[in-house]
Every structure is written in C-alpha cells, then in structure tokens.
Design a protein around this ligand. Sequence first.
Ligand code: 2AM
Ligand code: CA
Ligand code: CA
Length: 265
Amino acid sequence: MNLQEITKKVEGVARKAGAFIREESKNFNLNKVEQKGFNDLVSYVDKGAEEIVVKELAEIVPEAGFITEEGTRSDNNKPLTWIVDPLDGTTNFVHGIPMYAVSIALARGTEIIVGVVYEINLDECYAAYEGAGSTCNGKPIKVSEAGELENSLVAAGFPYDDGGKLDAYLQLLKYFIKNSHGLRRLGSAAVDLCYVACGRVEGYLEYNLQSYDVAAGALIVKQAGGKVTDFSGGEDFIFGGQILASNSKLHGALEKALSEKFLQK
Ligand code: 2AM
Ligand code: CA
Ligand code: CA
C-alpha cells in the first residue's frame, strides 16, 4: 500500500473513532460522571476510541508499532510507528465544548510521514502525507499569507505542568494580546495545528506536550506550507515537548518574542 492509500484509510479510521466519540458525547452528563467517577467515564470514551483506532491501524500496516496516549498498545521499537491520541481536547469534551479531535500519525523513525486529524463536531478531516500537500475533507488547504504580527491571530496552549516558567509565559502571551488581532486558547493541540494549516490562525505555541498531541498536526502544517520548530528554532518538536507552528512568514517574529520574553527569562 502506498502513502496515499494509507492516508485515505487512516481518514476512515479517524472518522469511525470520531463517530463513536460524537455518540458518547450525546449521553454525556457531568452529574452522572461525578457519580461514576470523573476519570472513569472520560477514560471509557478515550479508551473506547483508542481501541477502535488501534485495531484498524494494525490491519492497515501490520508491521508498525504504536505510541498511544491510553497505552492500549505500546511498541515503539519498530521502523514504522503509529502515534495516536484518540481524543485530543478531553477537557473540552468533559465540559461540553464541542472542539476536540482524533489525531493519528505514522512515523518512519522520528520522521512523520502520514498525519490525520479529525475535528469531530465540525466534521473536518485534515490529512497530509509526505510530499503531497495537506487537505481538509479532500480539498487542498494552505497557510495564511499574513506576515506581520499586527495582522495575525495567535493560538496558544496553557501548560498543565508549567515547569516554573508560567510568569514568563504569561508575559509572552500578554505581548501577543497587545500586538496581534488576538490570542486564542482552543484546548486541542491537534486542532490548533490544523487551524494554522488552513489559515484560520497564523501561529500556535505550547509547551509540555506529548508526541501524540502534535505528530499528525505538525505534518499537516508543514505540508500546507507552514513552518514548525521547537522554541529555539530546532527540529525537536515532536518528542521535545515544545512546539511553535506558523504560516512561515510569521515564524521569525514569533521566535524573537519567544526568545526575548520566555527563553531568556
Ligand atoms: P488531551 O486533551 O489529549 O489531554 C491543550 O492545551 C492540549 O494539552 C490538548 O492537546 C491536551 O490533550 C493537552 N494536555 C496535556 N496535558 C493535559 C492535561 N493534564 N489536561 C488536559 N489537557 C492536557
Ligand atoms: Ca492530547
Ligand atoms: Ca487525549
């Protein structure tokens, strides 16, 4: 099977897991959850979606290993590895905010060669494979053309483990609030990245993330003409826990702000 065929099949898998999550969201009730135990129900939906994904991916490329958030399968010493977050944006899901996604990537070594993100409630399936450009529901997408921070919208995540640098990070975010069209906190790293890819936002940054949060989305940004680095401009953004994604044109300005207001603090 070639990468194009694999990507098509992975889109089907993401949509299937997404349909399961969408169905579960209809029965979702915070009071009921508290009785059952908050984490149990969430992990039931996350794990249920992951089981669907893992079973189907294993049939598409049987020789590939897995890195998955819920640990349904873990086997990351193969030449090819599936990197899976079955539900990215769990806090949104729990609170009934309809922005969450299924994220699936295929890596060759540490290089991502296929990425699919399905934003469940908008029914938007983003996909890319090595060298082919990015699509949303089959149509080509491109990053935006804006080159100035003053004409840009920036998305950022707030770290759950701030590494003792939350004050510096908030100063950086304050700079973006004051000098751009605005700042957004969408709550799903996978969706943030796809919004850079399709031009809804010009830049996105977050730290203390895991590979399964960003692997698929990072390829989708790059194949849509964007740029993705770690906070220092390097390549360690899948496993390194820091990600800066942009439409390329804005990257320098974002990197400069990060360096001056965060890294040097
Ligand atoms: P998740 O929904 O799969 O947990 C939002 O800032 C991003 O951070 C999401 O992609 C989210 O992925 C991730 N994240 C990491 N740690 C988290 C936590 N403790 N609670 C919620 N989201 C977390
Ligand atoms: Ca995640
Ligand atoms: Ca998750």
